[in-house]
Design a protein around this ligand. Structure first.
Ligand code: NAD
Length: 311
C-alpha cells in the first residue's frame, strides 16, 4: 500500500455519501482520520458520520450544507467552522433512471450550487465526481469509436447523452469559477465504472468472460476503495487550480490470454489510432496524470484482488 500519509485530518463535507460510490469513499476517508458531514437526500448507515438531509438543487440548501455544524449536539458547544474541503458526489449517475431533463437539472444545478457556495464561503478545495462517459462511447446511440488510445484528459469529449453532457457542463462551471476565485483548487475526477468490494468477483467474471462487451467501459474500471485513495490524494495536494483527472485503476480489464493492451485494442478497435507506446497491460483510459501529479498508487489492482498475480 503506498497511498500518501495524511498531512492532517481535515473537515470534509461529502455530498452523495449515501450512494454506491460515496459510501466506500467516505469509509476510506474516515480511515485517514478525516471528519465528515454527509449531505444527501437519504441517510447513510454509518454511525461515524452524520447525514444532513438536503436537496442540493436548491441553492440555499447547498449554502447551508457548507456552513453548518458537522453533527447534532445539545447544546452546540463549538462554533461552526469552515470546512477544509467539499467532495461532491451527489447526483444521478446514469441516463434513463429519471427523465433526461431532470438528470440534467439535478446534475448541473447541484454542481453549480455547491461550487458557487464553496467559492463564496472561502472553501479552498472542491473535488467533483465527473465521469469517463464524457469521452462519448458509453451512452452513445450505437457503436461509437473513441478518438484514440490511450484516452487522456486532453482527448476530445463529444458525448451524445444527457448524463455525460451534464458532467461536461459541471466541469465547465468549475473551470469558470476557478478562473474567478484564484486560490481555490477544483479537481474533477473522470471516474470509470465503479466496482464495490462485494461486486468485484461478479463484475470481473463478466469482464473476463465477455471482454468484447466492455468497449463501453473503455476496458478500464475504478475500485471504490481506490477511489477513496484518489480523493485522499486530491485532499493532500494543494495549489493546482482547476484540474481534470482520469480516475481509474492502472490495468486493462481483459484476460491475460488476450495479450497486451495494444494487441487487444488493434484487434477490437481497428479504426482507432494508438498514440505512442502503451504499457503491456496499461488501461486504455490513462491514469498517468493522477499518478504523476497527485502521487496516486493503486491499493486494489484487480488481479491482486482476484489472486491471479501468480497464475
Ligand atoms: N457508479 C459509477 O460507476 C460512476 C462512474 C462515474 C461517475 N460516477 C459519479 O459518481 C457519483 C456517485 O455515483 P453513485 O454510483 O454512487 O450514484 P448513487 O446514485 O448511488 O449515489 C448518488 C447519491 O446522490 C444523492 N443525490 C441525488 N440527488 C441529490 C440531490 N439533489 N441532493 C442531494 N443528494 C442527492 C442520492 O441520494 C445518492 O445517495 C455521481 O456523481 C456519478 O455521476 C459514478
Amino acid at each position: 500500500m503506498s497511498s500518501p500519509t495524511p498531512k492532517a485530518a481535515q473537515r470534509i463535507v461529502f455530498t452523495g455519501g449515501s450512494g454506491v460510490a460515496g459510501r466506500h469513499v467516505v469509509e476510506k476517508l474516515l480511515s485517514y482520520g478525516h471528519e465528515i458531514l454527509n449531505v444527501d437526500v437519504v441517510p447513510l448507515d454509518n454511525s461515524n458520520v452524520h447525514t444532513l438531509k438536503a436537496d442540493l438543487t436548491d441553492g440555499a440548501q447547498a449554502f447551508n450544507s457548507l456552513s453548518c455544524h458537522f453533527r447534532v449536539s445539545e447544546p452546540f458547544m463549538d462554533p461552526i467552522q469552515k470546512p477544509d474541503a467539499v467532495v461532491h458526489f451527489a447526483g444521478i449517475p446514469q441516463p434513463m433512471r429519471i427523465p433526461d431533463n431532470e438528470t440534467f437539472r439535478i446534475n448541473t444545478m447541484g454542481a453549480y450550487n455547491i461550487i458557487e457556495s464553496a467559492c463564496k464561503l472561502g472553501i479552498k478545495k472542491i473535488i467533483l465526481a465527473s465521469s469517463l462517459t464524457t469521452y462519448g462511447a458509453t451512452y452513445a446511440e450505437g457503436d461509437v469509436d473513441y478518438p484514440h488510445f490511450p484516452l487522456t484528459e486532453d482527448s476530445p469529449t463529444e458525448p451524445m447523452d444527457v448524463y455525460a453532457t451534464s458532467k461536461l457542463c459541471m466541469e465547465r462551471i468549475a473551470h469558470s469559477f476557478a478562473n474567478r476565485f484564484k486560490g481555490v483548487d477544483i479537481y474533477c475526477l473522470r471516474i470509470g465504472a465503479v466496482i464495490e468490494p462485494e461486486q468485484h468477483t461478479k463484475k470481473f467474471e463478466a469482464y473476463l468472460s465477455r471482454p468484447g462487451d466492455f468497449k463501453v467501459h473503455g476496458w478500464s474500471y475504478t475500485d471504490s476503495r481506490d477511489l477513496g485513495n484518489m480523493v485522499q490524494c486530491c485532499l493532500q495536494k494543494d495549489g493546482l487550480g482547476f484540474q481534470v483527472f482520469n480516475a481509474v485503476n492502472d490495468e486493462i480489464t481483459i484476460p491475460e490470454e488476450e495479450g497486451s493492451s495494444e494487441e487487444w485494442l488493434r484487434k477490437v478497435c481497428p479504426r482507432t489510432k494508438i498514440l505512442g507506446k502503451m504499457g503491456e497491460r496499461e488501461a486504455p483510459v490513462s491514469n498517468k496524470k493522477m499518478r504523476e501529479m497527485l502521487g496516486f498508487r493503486e491499493e486494489f489492482p484487480w488481479r491482486k484482488v482476484l489472486d491471479r498475480d501468480g497464475r
